[in-house]
Structure formats: structure tokens, C-alpha cells
Ligand binder design. Sequence first.
Ligand SMILES: Cc1cc2nc3c(=O)[nH]c(=O)nc-3n(C[C@H](O)[C@H](O)[C@H](O)COP(=O)(O)OP(=O)(O)OC[C@H]3O[C@@H](n4cnc5c(N)ncnc54)[C@H](O)[C@@H]3O)c2cc1C
Length: 386
Amino acid sequence: MGQKQHVVVVGAGYAGVTAALRVSRRHRVTLVDPKECFTERIRLHELAAGRVGAPVALRDLVAGREIDTVKATATSIDPDARTVLLDSGTTLTYDRLVYALGSSTDTTGVPGIGEHAYTLEQARELSDRLSRGSGTVTVVGGGATGIELAAELAESAGPWQVRLVTGSEPGNGLSTAGRTHVRTALERLGVRLHSHTRVQAVHSSGLSTDRGELTGDVVVWAAAFAVPSLAAEAGLRVDERGRALVDTAMRSLSHPDVFVVGDAARVTVPGTGELRMACATAMPTGAHAAEAIDALAHGREPKPLRFRYLAQSLSLGRHDGVIQPVRTDDSAHRLVITGRPAARINEWINRYTIASLHAERRRPGTYRWAKPLRPAGAGAAAGAAS
Ligand SMILES: Cc1cc2nc3c(=O)[nH]c(=O)nc-3n(C[C@H](O)[C@H](O)[C@H](O)COP(=O)(O)OP(=O)(O)OC[C@H]3O[C@@H](n4cnc5c(N)ncnc54)[C@H](O)[C@@H]3O)c2cc1C
């Protein structure tokens, strides 16, 4: 029987909640987040398009476990003293810290984003804005988030003309068939695509780009994500984007009592390489950190993370989508699933994430993720992801 630890988890997103539930099997947990309800980030584009799901209270998501939820923002971390300072003035002392602060839209890319563009963190305000009036709404960003948002808005935004602006081609990580389907679906939904267009500034009447002015009524910035600066400020070793460098047990390379999971971590797995910022990464890394904390409490060396991605999943409105199967190294297979079957699989995945958290609450240790067939170092690709 190992020593019972006090584990403080900062950030109650997919990674933090998974870690908290899993580690609460044998340890006391304090879970800190400023929000009362769990943010289903993978559905924010639906929320922006006016589709409001039933909110999941954080308290309900962890009910029955030895987890204290604290509604607060972590403002600083002192890894030497093993303390976290909260905006309420409270200082929490930990044996192990799980840092799971996620990411948010990077609003520093070009001038004017903060003043003149919505982000998906403002999905509700954006939805309110679109429910009033009509005009052109311009989505900037040709990655999964921008594509999903443009498609969702086009399908449901009534009198609004939707435009998608991207520096290259939409859906760059997809196979040729996947990219072609994205283009066709956007066209069918009436989205005006401006590919290979670099935005230089956002202003009150639209965008300045390297191909001229694009005037419009509403701009939504969905081009890149950035992580909070708390890890760097605390002296943790971070990469050029501020993501904490971790080993295969999710331990900070500079401060091994701190476990960093989800979007906030830079995780590299043999065979797969650097993991993407994704819910599909967040939950496995959260669960793995919990296992590692428990192993250490029992005097065992944690096992390295084993993980692989199976597919990328993209919604294109409610009735279409792309499921892009990927190889162990996360590169796209030639074949894709599209149309209604893809939309159904996408919806199933979204429901599965919340269902997995509930299952983990009822029976910690039940959440599983995909792993490479052969272990890391066995010659073949070894990966991580789901
Ligand atoms: C529209 C959209 C669609 C997406 N679709 C997919 C998809 O289909 N598949 C997929 O795999 N990924 C998808 N993603 C990406 C996915 O949502 C993120 O990678 C995932 O949410 C990361 O999880 P996380 O737990 O690391 O962080 P988050 O989910 O961002 O959670 C971080 C938590 O930390 C809290 N927090 C922040 N700062 C503090 C602080 N100082 N103190 C305390 N708490 C704090 C926040 O309130 C939040 O609850 C999508 C993202 C978006 C925006």
C-alpha cells in the first residue's frame, strides 16, 4: 500500500478531469477551475451556431469521488515550495501537481484580433450576435476548427453569408480524398473559400489581406492556439510555444513533481512523434499521468506512455463529415469515410468522450485508449494518441 498523496489538478478540461478521476482511486484530489460547468470544447462550433447542449456541472462529473472542486483561477505556481496560489487568495500545497490548463485561441497573430474578432472562447456571444441581423461572417483558419466552424455556421446561420479564409488549403493534414471532400462540402453549404490568403490585420469592417481587403460584418478568429504562460512563469522547462516539456510519464523535465497533460504539454512518443493538441491526446495523457503518480507513490518507476491515433474526425455540419484514418505515425491513409456515416461516427466520438468521463467516475481505471500493436522500441512504430 503506497503513501496517500494530495494531488492538486489545475484545469478541469478533458485532461484534468480524466487525471483527477483516475488518481482519486487511491489519493486525495483538489480540482481547480474557474468554471462551474465543464466546457465541451469539441462542441464549441456547435454552440457558436446556436446549438446549446445540456451543461454538465463539474461537481456532477466528479460526484462520489474523493475530489474537492475549487472554483478559482490558478495565478502562480511555486514548484520548489510545492504550492499553487489561487485568485481567491488561497494557497494550495501539493505532493504532486497535475497542470492541465489547456489552450485558447492565439489572438496575437496579427493586429486587431483582440479588438475586432470573436474567438471560440466567446462562442455564446458569437451565437447571440449572429441571431441578430444578417451580413457576412468571416472565419479565419483552415485547420479542423475553422473548417468545422464555417460548415456549422453555413448550415445553421440563416441570413448570414459565410466566408472561410486560410493561408493554405483547408484540411492540410487530410488525404487528397479528405481535402477534396472538405472543399466539396464547403461549396455545397455555400461557404466562400479564400485559400492561400494571408491575413495582415483585422479591423472593424473586416480584414486586410495580402490579396486585398475583405469587408464583412463579423470576423471569427480560429487560426491558432496558444497555451497559458503559467508554466513558463513558474520556471518549468517549456518549448518556444510555452508548452511544458515532459517525459513519457508526463513529468515536467525540470520539475518531476509536476505532471503536465493535454494541450499544455509537449509530448513526444516514439513512432508517432509530437502529439497534436487534441481531446484525443488530452484524455490519454491525463489518465497516464494519474497512473504514473500512483506508481511513484508505490515506489515503482512509471511506465512510458503507449498511445496511437486511429483517425482524425471532422464534422461538416450535422449531416456530413470526414473520418480520416491515420497510420501509427499519424499520417493520413489514402481512404476516408465521408458523408452521413462520418457525421454519425463524429457524433458518437463526441458522446463517447463525456460517457468515458462518467464511466471513469463510476469505476476509475476503466478509460482505455488505442495503443500501438508493438511496444516502443520493438522496431515498429510506437505511438500515442487516440
Ligand atoms: C471547436 C473545436 C473543436 C475541436 N474538435 C476536436 C475533435 O474533434 N477532436 C479532438 O481530439 N480535439 C478537438 N479539439 C481540440 C480539443 O478541444 C482540445 O485539444 C482539448 O480541449 C484539450 O484538452 P485540455 O484538457 O488540455 O484543455 P481544455 O479542454 O482547454 O481545458 C483546460 C481547462 O483549464 C481551465 N483553466 C485555464 N486556465 C486556468 C487557470 N489559470 N486556473 C485554473 N483553471 C484554468 C479552463 O477553464 C479549462 O476548463 C477541438 C477544439 C475546438 C476549439
